[in-house]
Design a protein around this ligand. Structure first.
Ligand SMILES: Nc1nc2c(ncn2[C@@H]2O[C@H](COP(=O)(O)OP(=O)(O)OP(=O)(O)O)[C@@H](O)[C@H]2O)c(=O)[nH]1
Ligand SMILES: [Mg+2]
Length: 439
């Protein structure tokens, strides 16, 4: 699989898709993540080193006045000093100027592959030296690579741009999922054909809870969008420190053909470390037991007061709880939030309600996934977050479902749909486990 190069901060890579394809011929199945671009971050080795520190395998790409695209690959971190790196190589791509196939010039085995010093960097074994301050490149015939300046960069020493990319190997997925439009249709059918195991229950009721801004309301919008066939905004979303959602609302959905999938998603106010800014934990239990009515306005000072007619049917109770957690945060949950959710979780465990985690904003956490949702299960970053949240909440990895919500898009995208619908299918299955246990 081949992806367009990505960058987290929106700097546009100069390397074209066709040039990346050429590089994949030299490097195998990899992704490129732009770390440094001289024209944006500054033509100075210190800026380059600051951006490229501790990144593992990288590709330095030079562009000169004549239109040559060339550079060097290294597997060792950027550092000042001489490094032997037997996997390093120089390359020159096929461009209008250079023509021919992409060329690869491996380092002589055992020779110094990179020797960045305080003046010239990157320096590929003296065969290719970038003098960023002067926007020049040079190369010595006595260097560690068998190549001439003419072949490598057409003897044109004037640099117009330098970029450094982190090179990420594309690994086998850690969870298998089929990414086809047909699969999306199958998932939609599984959901619309679903019948709760208990006949008195018309629709499976799933409660969404979690920290402020985790993406609860956006998930509901996303599910609604998929059923409607276009992006919709039924619920209000926001990004403040206080919860945007302040009213308990239950959502049923309408399919394109007027059918109503047997699913209700319940939106709640976010949880906050500071009790005054978020929903009361007791309210969650009251909702699960079916006491809280639709459109109830949360009161942070005082939990919902259960009335006298507190006997509720299974149909009115919650059948699955989803913790909606922002996967893009450096530390997923603060100690305070972790304690809070773990307390809630043990109270829900007592009610024997199945619980899953929706790990949202995977597009923000991993640039590769931001470019292409289909890589979500190939992303080390997302796998790490799944493990982290699993450990923090004591939830098995199979109950943690990464999703990307619709938040800025105008059109539906089938891979995003598949991820969201797969999460819904899992919720329905977990709800059925609950029904089986209570009859
Ligand atoms: N990049 C990205 N942003 C998202 C995603 N989901 C939600 N957001 C953004 O995150 C912010 C919070 O989303 P909401 O859906 O309002 O979150 P919430 O959990 O309902 O928040 P409260 O109601 O305030 O507790 C909004 O700015 C959304 O646009 C996602 O999957 N990816
Ligand atoms: Mg909300």
């Amino acid at each position: 699989m081949f992806q367009r190069a990505s960058t987290r901060r929106g700097v546009i890579p100069r390397l074209t898709t066709a040039e990346q394809k050429q590089l994949c011929k030299l490097l195998g199945k990899v992704n490129f993540h732009l770390l440094y671009k001289a024209s944006v971050h500054g033509f100075h080795k210190d800026y380059l080193h600051a951006k490229c520190k501790d990144q593992g395998s990288t590709l330095t790409v030079g562009y000169n006045e004549s239109g040559f695209v060339f550079g060097g690959y290294r597997t060792e971190n950027f550092a000042v000093g001489s490094v032997v790196d037997n996997k390093a190589f120089l390359f020159r791509l096929n461009t209008n100027m250079a023509g021919g196939e992409p060329l690869k010039f491996p380092v002589r085995q055992g020779a110094v592959a990179v020797c960045d010093n305080f003046k010239e960097a990157p320096n590929f074994g003296n065969s290719l030296l970038f003098q960023l301050d002067y926007r020049k490149i040079t190369g010595q015939s006595t260097g560690s690579y068998d190549v001439t300046n003419n072949v490598l960069f057409g003897n044109d020493e004037d640099l117009v741009e330098v970029e450094v990319y982190r090179v990420e190997e594309i690994r086998d997925p850690w969870r298998n999922i089929t990414w086809t439009t047909q699969r999306k249709q199958e998932l939609l059918k599984i959901i619309t054909d679903y019948k709760p195991y208990v006949s008195s229950v018309r629709k499976a009721r799933v409660l969404l809870i979690g920290p402020v801004g985790g993406g609860k309301s956006s998930f509901i919008n996303s599910v609604n969008s998929i059923f409607r066939g276009h992006v919709t905004h039924r619920t209000l979303v926001g990004s403040g420190a206080r919860s945007t959602t302040t009213v308990y609302t239950t959502y049923s959905f309408r399919g394109i053909h007027g059918t109503s999938p047997p699913l209700i998603l319940c939106d709640t106010m976010g949880l906050a470390e500071d009790t005054e800014a978020g929903m009361h934990s007791d309210d969650i239990i009251s909702i699960i037991k079916g006491y809280v009515y639709n459109k109830y306005k949360f009161n942070v000072d005082c939990p919902f007061k259960v009335g006298d007619n507190a006997l509720k049917t299974i149909d009115e109770k919650v059948h699955c709880v989803a913790y909606v957690i922002d996967g893009s945060k450096a530390t997923i949950l603060s100690n305070e939030m972790k304690r809070k959710i773990c307390d809630i979780r043990s109270r829900i465990n007592e009610l024997e309600i199945p619980q899953v985690v929706l790990l949202t904003k995977v597009d923000e956490e991993c640039p590769m996934v931001g470019k292409d949702v289909e890589t979500v299960y190939q992303s080390d970053l997302i796998e790490k977050k799944v493990m982290e949240v699993g450990e923090q909440l004591g939830i098995a990895v199979s109950y943690i479902l990464p999703v990307k919500n619709y938040w800025s898009e105008l059109e539906l995208q089938y891979a995003t749909d598949i991820l969201i619908l797969s999460a819904v299918v899992q919720m329905l299955r977990f709800a059925d486990d609950y029904f089986e246990n209570i009859v």
